[in-house]
Design a binder for this molecule. Sequence first.
Ligand SMILES: Cc1ncc(COP(=O)(O)O)c(C=O)c1O
Length: 388
Amino acid sequence: MLSKLPDIGTTIFTVMSRRARELDALNLGQGFPDYDIDPQLTALVAAAMSAGHNQYAPMEGLPALRERIAGKLAASYGISVDADSEVTVTLGATEAIFSAIQAVISPGDEAIAFDPAYDSYEPAVRLAGGRCVRLPLAQPGFRYDWERVAAALTARTRLLLFNSPHNPACTTASAADLEALAQLAAARDLLVLSDEVYDHVVFDGARHHSVLQHPQLARRSFAVFSFGKTLHATGLRVGYCVAAAPLTRELRKVHQFNTFSISHPLQHAIAGYLDAQPRCGEALAGFFQAKRDRLRAALAHSGFSLPPAQGTYFQLLDYGAFARDDDLAFAERLLTEARVATIPLSPFYAQPQRLTFLRLCIAKRDATLDEAAARLNDFATRLGRAGA
Ligand SMILES: Cc1ncc(COP(=O)(O)O)c(C=O)c1O
């Protein structure tokens, strides 16, 4: 059969998680917590089902949840969004990304993504008939080169795919980056899809810059968020997309035929949880920063180097001091010889860059992080001895 995505296999996240299970390795690969969620949320889900909220939810999302989301954005970013016409509840951020792209990309259109790019962007663009133009972020430090972006724009460019805090680079975009993005988008009348799923996970006292706070960008952006990340529960599959009313109208035309509506009891439970814990997002930066610092301290003398991590619940590990293997090969060695699963960065690139980075997920119990660090230290000692 003719495939619409002939070059797309199973994602690296699924492959690594499967291999980790087979080898009984510690899984610091796929981004999900290995600790329990707040029992209050579990109780609210059970209560919502017992109360009978088990039939279709409204297509655009439960009004009570959309109100709480608007309240959360006001509290976090001082912005006012209209819960009725500008907030849509989606099946995780993944559906928000997919539906927004289907809503605005037509055959022949181009979208720009910055590599290393989250893996769902390009397939969504291609399924809409568009072409995804991939521009690598500049090394060192995964920086935006806005002149290069301007040079890559064509008459067919319609959408810029932006992500901050950035997975897997662990960087955060600066106010100057947002300004440059805004100027380009305004000058060429482009739309922006801003993936902000780690909006609360920004470290060292810095603040997240949302496109929704920027008047020019707010008008032309879909901003995408995930309760999976915010509530430590990636299996909930509840996210949301915030966009100006004309964009939201187009998004909902796709959303209603893609997923139609999102789990009704879960939406009740999350609305109730945000009522009970209106500031739950604010605790995330400190929570994950402590985990980042714990892992960095435990690996400080390993010989691996640890690039700065400004946000997200990941930390990059640079193995360049030990080996020049490509990252897929080195990740395989870590998996089989150290029994630690990681995520190599090359699958996030259209043209792999021969970088020596692996991504570690820090959303794990302290004991898991300590054990992973012990295994990595041990492996590094063996590599050092072997002069590898
Ligand atoms: C950058 C980024 N965008 C989107 C997603 C998808 O989020 P969700 O699990 O809510 O679909 C993830 C999940 O890891 C992510 O890291």
